[in-house]
Design a protein around this ligand. Structure first.
Ligand SMILES: NC(=O)c1ccc[n+]([C@@H]2O[C@H](COP(=O)([O-])OP(=O)(O)OC[C@H]3O[C@@H](n4cnc5c(N)ncnc54)[C@H](OP(=O)(O)O)[C@@H]3O)[C@@H](O)[C@H]2O)c1
Length: 406
């Protein structure tokens, strides 16, 4: 399949004028997915869930509209002036929490920040020993990092992590929500400790609880530029070729999220459709990008915290693809390097995320960053769904119920 896709991609007529860096996503398409329309695959929900869903959406629509009137489309705001007298007082190292820093993008970012000598990195990881070994083999100096246990697939673990972090006495200047799972070949859903479908449960709900709880810590920081970064992806954006490769991200009316994504009395998928592991990952990334914008609208003006997301580029070698078929894993990196030329090394992606964490010129809030072929950053456009204000509010309110905040 991967070979066929690779061949097809190289043979595409130039009239399609597909940006080469996006062609790799064709590799991930499943032929069967072209044949199905996910909107036609609604599962049979119980009347209870249906009623719950519609009253919830009515209420949320009302609440969201009221709130949106109040905030009147808070636009992205200019950079915080880091040369204020208060900012100049802060001479200490920055303190950054990075989830999933035991491999790939997270590890490369931890290394890039630690090497500057200006940051202490808290590596928030589910496998303590793996993270320690990864930090050592990446050559991160002991003084520049701390490993703390965090399993995003357990809400108890998220709460425990926050408690442990607070007990450590460290300030929180930047939180990076980076960890993710991607299960493109899964035939059946698997679930978090709290019974949520694993991809959305880990990538979105675990991070949602973490970032909501840690807002208190960020607010208390005296660092000149406080930031909350949530890693997004091109695959969740249907305004790109990559985002149009089936199965496409689509949250629909979120009846699955209303029902708790448990696969029992609700679908395991946010839109209530049939389980599809690749789509669940893309949906989770839409939730990530919507959450970042909702944070911006709710908190940026009041707190000065910068909220941002990014697409770090196609990092073809990371563990994200560990669940993919072996042939895909073999062919994907050379395909990226030599055919699409869209390959981004882990080191380069780490520099990009480190830039979003620490560059004094990147303090604009509410932004989704991307990089061009010369590795210059630019503000990218999110798809219609990934920038839908009402959906962002609904994701927020449903998520806070599921994680026990409302
Ligand atoms: N690779 C790409 O081309 C690409 C493109 C766009 C966006 N991204 C995004 O980049 C981010 C990092 O991905 P990556 O490519 O660096 O993949 P990766 O190497 O697999 O890193 C993912 C990290 O998440 C951690 N993780 C998974 N489940 C967790 C859980 N329940 N609790 C805590 N940590 C957990 C993993 O821990 P273990 O080490 O214990 O497995 C690993 O450290 C993701 O948000 C992904 O969506 C990647």
């Amino acid at each position: 399949m991967a070979l066929q896709s690779a061949a097809a991609a190289t043979l595409l007529p130039s009239a399609f004028s597909i940006p080469k860096e996006e062609m790799w996503y064709l590799l991930q398409s499943k032929s069967s997915a072209y044949l199905k329309n996910s909107t036609l695959l609604g599962i049979s929900l119980s009347d209870h869930v249906k009623a719950d869903s519609s009253s919830c959406s009515l209420r949320i629509k009302r609440d969201c509209n009221q709130r949106n009137l109040a905030i009147q489309a808070v636009a992205t705001t200019p950079a915080i002036n880091v040369s204020t007298p208060e900012a100049k007082k802060t001479l200490r190292k920055g303190s950054v929490v990075i989830t999933g820093a035991s491999s790939g993008l997270g590890l490369a970012t931890a290394k890039a920040l630690a090497e500057t000598g200006k940051w202490h990195v808290i590596m928030a990881c589910r496998d303590f020993l793996k993270a320690e070994r990864a930090a050592k083999s990446a050559g991160i100096a002991k003084d520049n990092y701390t490993v703390m246990h965090l399993d995003l697939a357990s809400l108890d673990s998220v709460r425990q992590f926050v408690d442990n972090f607070r007990r450590s006495g460290r300030p929180l200047d930047v939180l990076v929500c980076n960890a993710a799972v991607y299960l493109p070949t899964a035939k059946e859903p698997t679930f978090t400790a709290d019974g949520f479908e694993l991809s959305v449960g880990t990538n979105h709900l675990g991070h949602f609880l973490l970032s909501r709880l840690m807002m208190e810590d960020l607010k208390q920081s005296d660092y000149p530029s406080k930031r909350l970064i949530i890693v997004g992806s091109i695959t969740g954006n249907t305004n790109t070729l990559a985002g149009n490769v089936p199965p496409k991200a689509y949250l629909g009316d979120m009846r699955g999220l209303v029902g708790g994504l448990n696969g029992l009395n609700s679908s395991a998928m946010v839109d209530g459709g049939e389980f599809d592991g690749a789509k669940a990952y893309k949906d989770s990334k839409v939730c990530n990008m919507l959450t970042m914008q909702e944070f911006h609208r709710r908190y940026h003006e009041e707190t000065g915290i910068t909220f941002a997301s990014l697409y770090p580029g196609c990092i073809a070698t990371t563990g994200l693809f560990r669940e993919h078929i072996p042939l895909f894993r073999i062919l994907f990196p050379p395909f990226q390097k030599y055919i699409t030329k869209g390959f981004v090394s882990e080191e380069e992606s780490g520099k990009r995320l480190a830039q979003v964490v620490s560059d004094p010129t990147l303090t604009k809030s509410g932004v989704y960053w991307s990089w061009n072929k010369d590795s210059a950053n630019f503000e990218n456009q999110l798809s219609q769904e990934a920038s839908d204000v009402e959906k962002a509010c609904k994701v927020w309110e449903l998520s806070e119920k599921l994680v026990g905040l409302a």
